[in-house]
Design a protein around this ligand. Structure first.
Ligand code: DC
Length: 214
């Protein structure tokens, strides 16, 4: 049994790479960002404010999150596409700074990775969720390149978006995610850093597989 931790800022290509690795190795992929997105989505839907601590706790106590066939299930409902909007990106980043939210999701993540081999991507997997993961990678890319990738992705899914706005959003999220008090985005000391600005998905996947076989 082994765990592969993949961390890095938004839009660096973590999830695509993690999904490829998982299918190549025949193990599960767990997208922890989707879990924060699902909680953010439910808070918005239920009108729970970020500073409503009791409301957030209540909501967390009555929330089930699971993965099935690459889809994320929130209380049994597939919310995979509902959570991929700029509004939910901002809400996920905001609610991921709440201690109660992190405690609940980190516990779930540790459970998911304790029974079988997994590839898990996020911001704090190598530093906090699985500090003892067998393999750790920190995937980055220039903010402009990440904004371009996110722009193409959202456009392809039919959303009306502007590149300049996405770049602004990405910079804000980078700042918020890496300066929050609890488990901020940070490269684990023993993680291998991969700058993917000028690399294709195939090149990054190959690089990681080679590093794992060393
Ligand atoms: O990877 P993503 O863009 O789907 O993540 C959404 C938000 O969730 C991101 O702004 C930061 C937060 N997040 C986190 O704090 N810890 C994780 N392990 C994964 C995501």
């Amino acid at each position: 049994m082994f765990r592969i931790a993949i961390d890095g800022p938004s839009g660096a290509g973590k999830s695509t790479i993690a999904r490829r690795l998982a299918s190549r190795l025949g193990i599960d992929y767990i997208d922890t960002g989707a879990m924060y997105r699902a909680v953010g989505y439910k808070m918005l839907k239920n009108g729970i404010a970020l500073d409503d601590r009791d409301g957030v706790r209540q909501l967390l106590d009555h929330t089930e999150i699971d993965f099935s066939d690459g889809k994320i299930l929130l209380d049994g409902q597939d919310v995979s596409s509902l959570i991929r909007t700029p509004e939910i990106s901002a809400q996920a980043s905001a609610c991921s700074a709440l201690g109660d939210v992190r405690v609940k999701l980190v516990e779930l993540q540790r459970n998911m990775g304790s029974k079988k081999s997994v590839v898990m991507d996020g911001r704090d997997i190598g530093t906090n969720v699985f500090p003892d993961a067998e393999y750790k990678f920190f995937i980055t890319a220039d903010a402009e390149e990440r904004a371009k990738r996110r722009y193409l992705e959202l456009k392809e899914s039919g959303q009306k978006v502007e590149l300049a706005q996405i770049l602004t959003d990405i910079r804000k999220r980078d700042h918020d995610d890496s300066t929050r008090a609890i488990n901020p985005l940070r490269k684990a000391e023993d993680a291998i850093e991969v700058d993917t600005t000028h690399m294709s998905i195939e090149e990054v996947t190959e690089f990681i597989c080679r590093e794992m076989n060393r």
